[in-house]
Each structure stands twice: as C-alpha cells, then as structure tokens.
Ligand binder design. Structure first.
Ligand SMILES: [Zn+2]
Length: 218
C-alpha cells in the first residue's frame, strides 16, 4: 500500500502501516502535548454534504487557552477564524496549522474543503465518496489524539501561488492500551491557490519520515 501514502492529506497516513518503525525509549518529549487533553471534546459531525462550503461556523473550545496549533495566541485569535470560515486562508503555513487543529477537533469538513480538488482523496468527487472520506477522517480523529505540531520550514514561491510547509506532527492512539506508543509524522506539504487573493489549498504531501516510538511515556 506504499502508493497510498501520497494520497494522504497530512497525518492520515501512516499509522498502522508505517513503512519505517523505530522502537526506542524516546522520553517525554513526545508527550509534552500541553493541550492535548483539552482537545478531547465530543466529536460532532458537521453536517451538510457539498452544501455551503463557506458557511461560517462558530466553533467553541471548551477551555480558554492557547491555540492547539502550538502558538501562544488564543484559538479565536489564531486558527479559529480559519476553521470557522470567517477569515481567508492567506498563507500556506496558516492552512497547515489550521488543518492540524481541524484534525485535533475532528473538523473533517474543513479538512475536506481545504484539500485541492485534484487530490486523490476526492476520489471522483461524488457525494458518496465524499461521505466515505469524511467517515474515515472522523474515524482517525476519534482514534488518534494529536499532541504536537512543529513547523520545520515554510516558503512561498515567487509566483505567489505555490507554497510549501515542512512539519512534524506527533500523535497517539486514544485507547489506553496503546497510550505509550507515540507516532511522529514528518511531511513536506505542497499548497496552491488559484490567484493572488484566493485562499490556499492543500495540494499534496511528501512523507519524509514516519516513526513509531514505544515506551516511557508514563
Ligand atoms: Zn493556531
């Protein structure tokens, strides 16, 4: 299933079938996840198939703290407006962060609508394929807890409509049985937009590294 890696938007990947597995006693670094527990809120389906892709939503976090993307700003001063659709996605790294937060919160519609229509995950773009995609995203959001995002590098090309973000995302399964297994997803994501004032979209990702680290998280 190696080729399927390329189809995975961010994170989804990997998981059970990591190409490369490292077992080590990697310490607490992976768990720091200061906000991860707060991210556990009931996942809701955000309704509405293809309709109203730009409908504004009002997403409330159940706490008053820094954004889940790791920046010190509050959610509503950081990724919140992007997720809610009240602010246009103006840089590749803003979209990267917002998509990470969407994974944290199970905001699958945001992930879908910020994925470029040419991406394989659209699978023909029918309503049923979109529902299936949404279900698989939801499943991952329920199964995995995203604990840390590290932006390694970000750039926008001179043409202003292509950009890249290299990042590392840490996550782990929510069930206690596997709570000491930490996953690290290292990817270079490519973003495009259709014009200088158009919102950025996730175009494709190159998996740079996948790690599974076991132990010493308790
Ligand atoms: Zn943020």
């Amino acid at each position: 299933t190696g080729s399927s890696y390329a189809t995975m938007s961010f994170i989804l990947p990997v998981l059970e079938s990591a190409k490369r597995t490292k077992l080590s006693h990697e310490p607490r670094r992976m768990v720091r996840a200061s906000l991860s527990n707060n991210a556990r809120r009931p996942l809701k389906t955000s309704g509405g198939g293809f309709g109203a892709p730009n409908a504004k939503r009002n997403i409330k976090l159940p706490y008053d703290a820094s954004c889940l993307c790791g920046r010190p700003q509050a959610f509503d001063q950081c990724c919140g407006p992007y997720l809610e659709g009240s602010k246009s996605i103006d840089t590749p790294v803003a979209l990267m962060r917002a998509r990470y937060v969407a994974y944290c919160l199970g905001e699958v519609d945001f992930i879908i609508r910020t994925t470029h229509p040419s991406h394989e995950d659209w699978r023909g773009g029918t309503k049923s394929s979109r529902r299936e995609w949404a279900r698989s995203l939801q499943l991952y959001a329920e199964r995995y807890e995203y604990t840390k995002l590290e932006i390694v590098d970000t750039s926008t090309r001179d043409d202003g409509v292509h950009g890249e973000v290299e990042f590392k995302a840490s996550f782990r399964r929510r069930d206690l049985a596997d709570a000491d297994v930490a996953h690290l997803h290292h990817e270079r994501s490519h973003f495009v937009r259709s014009g200088m004032i158009a919102p950025w979209m996730y175009y494709r990702g190159e998996i740079l590294d996948l790690e599974v680290q076991k132990g010493s998280l308790h």
